[in-house]
Design a protein around this ligand. Structure first.
Ligand code: NAG
Ligand code: NAG
Ligand code: NAG
Ligand code: NAG
Ligand code: NAG
Ligand code: NAG
Ligand code: NAG
Length: 684
């Protein structure tokens, strides 16, 4: 009931403004110049570099190292190198261990007689849904995600060259010379549209233009299907230049594209978009489809979309509450007393921001479990002890007094780094080069939320530091002129609707994320912090991001037996993706081979929380996943920690069986505990 009123309240309040705008908090962690971060000014236009820049974005490869690694701008792979731009409509390779898109430079666009072919591109602007690349002064590409057309604006009259690694089989202009149909020897048919007549000549594999100024658009005709040609013709004159995603309370993410030209806007939706989309304000062109590693992309006409997730009500405790039976309750109390007895902040030996955060969150769970079973009545000591532990562990990180590590502010990209990460790219799993921020900080936020809940005076004192941590990856404003210290939504991809963990490293398959459950934890913990501080905006934004991340995990990471999204071999062999890349699905993990199914399982489940119920609400899938994993537990040397997570989910449909196995465990993951596992089982 309480939740219902709460959501009603959020709904009525609405919330277009950023989570952090209400009360600008002056606190910033001390500034430090990193010795391992690249210089952003190499690829960003000077008018962009004074504001925080994206570090985990869909176009990150364009702005690090030489900027010449490909990125997936649906439905095409794009590579910009040596002053030329290559466009690929990728084929998909799939076997039992991976699913990956293969890049072939189907079309290669450049300016003829380029005086300076060594020159690199410049990002002249970027938005939630697109990035604008100036290949050279006067040659601009608007990459807006999901546009079936590649759009190029030639601002200064110049002759173009379009080459291909294939042979040109046919090349047919229409009579006004504003449309050319290009048949390639690999079977692809491309259509080129121009804003005014253009004279093109060609030889076996190159097309050249005379001087031209204006807009050129190039699109692949899906499936060489002549019936779809009129669709491409019809929408060829309206092009998007950028796109913005707005948050409406906890209710929806709304897209709006800035468009130029004339007519209606045709874009492509991924499977999750289609699932969440309010179809009343757009027109879905059902037969118009492109293939993609993310599932088929379907045409949608309309210059704004509304995406509504199934709402997630963020709560401190389990949905149904813990069993009231005396015996089960007694068992949790006993475990809890034991776990709390082991808490001693001076005994923590790790200085890693990740492992330290996990310990903090583990202890914070004990406090919430104690509250949920109303333990105070019999053991008044438990909560104060946890409180002391949380203070003893969290405060040094917020005060800058932690020996051996700590949070610092990097001005060059605009974000937090750790002390160890400031001189070592690999320290803290790459936190210093912007890897995994939501994971590490998420654990700290969980601890802070719980401590602020049980000790509001402490909460008030450390509110500025707490918000500095949260805004590092959850700022909703950001961008030039915003005055924000952090980039907008550091990890969350507003088009894919999930986070990327990889930061400033060049990868041939783009960004990646392994643990969806840790990503869910980050936004969920931020929402809990909102609850603790009475910040309804933060609750709304945190809940919405939690809901989206869960949808994305269910769409792209959780592989059901009868799914058709990925190749049949991959689907047969895998019940869950290990690492998900922009351009690839992997069965391996960063830290384990595909055969270690228990690790793949565990990293997609931990930490075990009330919101885990929502992430694994599909019981049919849970059963498939557990049964796929169980044989792996028979191997010698499988960690007790991993087993705990498997038994926990088994408990969703085989409670007694799972409980017996949990009782026999001799150890737990460093972020988990017997108390937490028992709480989980007894609240099913
Ligand atoms: C799947 O394909 C990749 C890439 O070609 C290869 O490295 C891997 O060994 C293949 N896996 C299996 C199980 O054949
Ligand atoms: C594209 O064409 C340019 C200019 O001819 C050439 O330098 C470049 O290597 C080509 N790129 C690819 C990927 O083929
Ligand atoms: C930055 O400058 C470029 C010109 O170099 C301009 O086209 C672009 O719109 C500017 N971007 C912003 C965000 O002001
Ligand atoms: C181009 O491809 C289309 C579709 O396969 C085909 O109908 C047409 O005849 C081709 N044109 C030439 C000149 O090869
Ligand atoms: C050529 O194709 C373009 C794009 O579809 C269209 O706008 C134009 O009217 C066509 N010209 C003729 C003469 O049909
Ligand atoms: C902390 O470490 C000390 C010294 O090793 C030990 O005596 C004590 O039992 C430990 N405390 C806990 C709660 O484990
Ligand atoms: C961090 O802890 C490791 C051991 O876990 C230790 O080797 C290292 O010296 C510590 N680093 C600092 C800066 O304290």
């Amino acid at each position: 009931m309480l939740n219902f009123w709460f959501f009603l309240l959020l709904f009525t309040l609405g919330c277009n403004s950023p989570a952090t705008a209400r009360k600008p908090d002056p606190f910033t962690f001390p500034e430090l110049q990193s010795t391992v971060l690249p210089d952003p000014s190499a690829f960003f236009s000077p008018n962009l570099t004074s504001s925080p820049l994206p570090t985990n974005s869909f176009f990150q490869n364009f702005v690090i190292e030489k900027g010449d690694q490909k990125e997936y701008i649906h439905p095409y792979l794009i590579k910009s190198s040596h002053s030329s731009l290559s466009l690929s409509y990728p084929s998909i390779f799939s076997n039992t261990s991976l699913t990956q898109q293969i890049f072939t430079p189907d079309l290669n666009i450049s300016v003829l007689h380029n005086p300076d072919p060594t020159r690199t591109h410049v990002v002249s602007s970027f938005s939630d849904l697109g990035v604008t690349l100036d290949l050279q002064p006067g040659l601009r590409f608007f990459f807006v995600r999901g546009s079936p057309y590649l759009t190029c604006q030639i601002l200064k009259s110049a002759p173009l060259s379009i080459s291909t690694v294939h042979k040109i089989r046919a090349f047919v202009p229409n009579s006004s010379k504003t449309k050319y149909k290009i048949n390639l020897s690999n079977g692809q048919i491309w259509i080129l549209y121009s804003s005014s007549p253009i004279r093109l000549t060609r030889d076996e594999s190159t097309i050249e233009s005379e001087n031209f100024r204006g807009v050129i658009r190039i699109a692949l005709l899906p499936n060489r299907d002549a019936k779809l040609e009129p669709v491409l013709d019809r929408f060829s004159s309206c092009y998007p230049v950028s796109g913005r995603a707005r948050f409406r309370g906890s209710v929806s993410v709304d897209y709006k594209w800035q468009k130029k030209g004339s007519g209606d806007l045709l874009m492509l939706a991924n499977p999750l978009h289609l699932r969440l989309m309010d179809k009343s304000s757009v027109k879905v062109v059902d037969g118009f489809r492109y293939k993609s590693v993310d599932g088929e992309l379907v045409g949608v006409v309309g210059s704004s979309w509304v995406l509504k997730p199934d709402p997630v009500s963020v709560t401190w405790g389990s949905i149904k509450g813990v069993e009231k039976e005396k015996e089960s309750r007694h068992e949790i109390v006993k475990a809890l007393e034991q776990d709390v007895k082991g808490l001693d902040s001076s005994n923590v030996t790790t200085n890693s921001s990740y492992f330290f955060g996990k310990l903090v969150a583990r202890a914070a769970r004990l406090a919430l479990i104690a509250e949920e079973i109303e333990i105070e009545i019999e053991d008044a000591d438990v909560i104060p002890k946890i409180k002391n532990y949380l203070k003893g562990t969290i405060e040094p990180w917020l005060d800058g007094k932690f020996v051996g590590n700590g949070f610092l502010y990097d001005k060059s990209w605009g974000g937090l780094i750790t002390k160890q990460g400031s001189t070592d790219k690999t320290a803290d799993f790459g936190f210093g080069i912007y890897n995994d921020h939501h994971f590490h900080i998420g654990y700290f936020l969980y601890g802070i939320a719980v401590l602020a809940k049980i000790d509001p005076v402490w909460g008030r004192k450390y509110r500025p530091q707490a918000y500095a941590l949260m805004t590092d990856f959850m700022t909703l404003d950001g961008g030039s002129g915003s005055g924000s210290k952090y980039t907008r939504l550091r990890c969350f991809d507003l088009w894919k609707l999930h986070s990327w963990a990889a930061g400033l490293t060049e990868f041939e398959n783009g960004r990646n994320q392994e643990s969806t459950s840790e990503a869910v934890n980050a936004y969920y913990s931020a929402a809990l912090m909102g609850l603790a501080y009475g910040d309804t905006r933060l609750v709304a934004v945190g809940s919405l991001l939690t809901a989206m991340e869960i949808h994305a995990a269910k769409t792209w990471w959780h592989v059901k037996e009868d799914d058709t999204l990925y190749g049949a071999d991959f689907t047969r062999e895998n019940r869950v993706v290990g690492i998900l890349w922009a351009n690839k699905r992997d069965s391996v993990l960063w830290f384990a081979p595909a055969e270690m199914r228990e690790a793949r399982f565990g990293i997609q489940v931990l930490p075990l929380l009330p919101v885990t119920e929502v992430l694994f609400s599909d019981l049919e899938y849970v059963k498939q996943l557990v049964e796929w994993t169980l044989p792996s537990l028979e191997r010698k040397g499988v960690g007790e920690g991993w087993k705990g997570f498997v038994y926990a989910l088994e408990g969703l449909y085989e409670k007694e069986n799972a409980l017996e196995k949990i009782r026999k465990l001799s150890g737990y993951d460093d972020g988990n505990s017997l108390s937490n596992l028992l709480w989980w089982i007894f609240s099913r």
